[in-house]
Design a protein around this ligand. Structure first.
Ligand code: RCC
Length: 274
C-alpha cells in the first residue's frame, strides 16, 4: 500500500541523523498543514523505490497530488543515494511543492545535496511564477513583507557558508531575489562541524522558510484572471521541464542506467506536465 512506500521514503536511510531530522520535520510540517488537501501517493512501487542494476545507486520518490479544491498541484519528496567511483557517495534529499495556475503564488523548493561528508549544497527558494519586474506587488507580498532575506543573511554569516552558483544559467533565471543557494564546506571542522551547522542553522531556517511559504503562498487567497492563468500555465510548463532536464537529465541515466532512469523520469514528467 502507499503506506509501505511512504516508510521507505521517510526513512532517508543514507544520510546523517541531522540531515534526516530536517527532512522528516519538513515533510511532517508540510503534510500536517496541507493535511486533507493532499491525496495519498499513488506511485507504482518500482518508482516509490528504485535502484540501478548493481544497486550502486538507490532512490525513493514520494509524490502526492493536491485535491481538486486545493491550490496545490502536487508535493514531491525524494532521496537519492549514489556511490561515487572515488569511494564517497552523493546523497540528495529534496522536498518541493508546486502550485496550480489558480494561484500566482511562488512554489517551494528545498534540496540538500551532500557531495561528501564535509560538502553540502543547499537550495531553499520560492521560485517566482511571474516576472517580478512586471509585477512589483508580488515582489513586495512574497519577498519583502515576509522578510525572507533575513534568513539568507543569517546563513551567510556562518563562516563555512559560501554562495553556490549553478553551472546552468537557465536554472539561475528560475531563482528568486531571496534564494538561499549556498555551498557549505567544513574541511577543517570535519563532519561534526557539518552536522552542527545543519542542526543549529539549516534546521531552524528551513522550518521558518517553509512556515512562511505555507502561510503566505500555499494558503494565500489570490485572484487569477483567464489571461494570467494562460501565462502561468505556459511559464510553469517551461520551468518544470527545464528543472527536470537540468537536475535529472544527465545525472539520472548516469546513476541508474537508461532503462530505470527513463521509467522514473516518465512518471515524474507526468506530474510535471501542466
Ligand atoms: C528551482 C530551483 C532548483 C535549483 C537551484 C536546483 C539545483 C540543483 N539540483 C541539482 C540536482 C538535483 N536535484 C535533485 C532532486 C530533484 N530535482 C527535481 C527537479 O525537478 C526532482 C524531480 C528531484 C527529485 C528526483 C536531484 C536528484 C538532483 C541531481 O542529481 C542534481 C545534482 O545535484 O547533481 C549533482 C543540481 C543540478 C546540477 C547543478 O547545477 O549542479 C543543482 C544543484 N534544482 C532546482 O529545482
Amino acid at each position: 500500500t502507499h503506506d509501505h512506500g511512504r516508510s521507505k521514503f521517510i526513512d532517508f536511510p543514507f544520510v546523517s541523523s541531522a540531515q534526516k531530522n530536517v527532512m522528516v520535520d519538513l515533510v511532517s510540517r508540510l503534510e500536517n498543514r496541507l493535511h486533507s488537501q493532499l491525496l495519498p501517493c499513488t506511485l507504482p512501487p518500482d518508482v516509490q523505490y528504485y535502484q540501478s542494476q548493481t544497486a550502486t545507486a538507490q532512490a525513493s520518490l514520494h509524490i502526492r497530488s493536491g485535491s481538486d479544491d486545493s491550490p496545490v498541484d502536487f508535493v514531491l519528496g525524494s532521496w537519492v543515494h549514489s556511490e561515487l567511483p572515488t569511494g564517497g557517495s552523493l546523497d540528495i534529499t529534496s522536498l518541493s511543492a508546486y502550485l496550480k495556475s489558480s494561484t500566482d503564488a511562488p512554489n517551494f523548493v528545498f534540496e540538500m545535496i551532500r557531495r561528501s561528508p564535509t560538502m553540502l549544497v543547499l537550495i531553499l527558494d520560492f521560485p517566482p511564477r511571474k516576472d517580478l519586474v512586471l509585477w512589483p506587488d508580488d515582489l513586495k507580498t512574497f519577498y519583502e513583507d515576509t522578510e525572507l532575506d533575513t534568513h539568507r543573511q543569517a546563513l551567510e554569516r556562518v563562516p563555512e557558508v559560501q554562495p553556490y552558483f549553478s553551472p546552468s544559467l537557465c536554472l539561475r533565471t528560475v531563482f528568486s531575489p531571496t534564494a538561499i543557494l549556498v555551498r557549505i564546506v567544513t574541511e577543517n571542522g570535519g563532519v561534526e562541524r557539518m552536522e552542527e551547522i545543519i542542526r543549529d542553522h539549516l534546521d531552524p531556517i528551513s522550518k521558518q522558510v517553509l512556515g512562511i511559504w505555507l502561510d503566505h503562498c500555499a494558503c494565500a487567497k489570490r485572484d487569477v484572471g483567464e489571461a494570467e492563468r494562460a501565462y502561468l500555465n505556459k511559464r510553469d510548463g517551461l520551468i518544470r521541464n527545464k528543472t527536470i532536464e537540468i537536475d535529472l537529465g544527465s545525472s539520472f541515466p548516469r546513476m541508474f542506467g537508461p532503462e530505470v532512469a527513463n521509467r522514473v523520469l516518465q512518471v515524474i514528467k507526468g506530474y510535471f506536465t501542466v
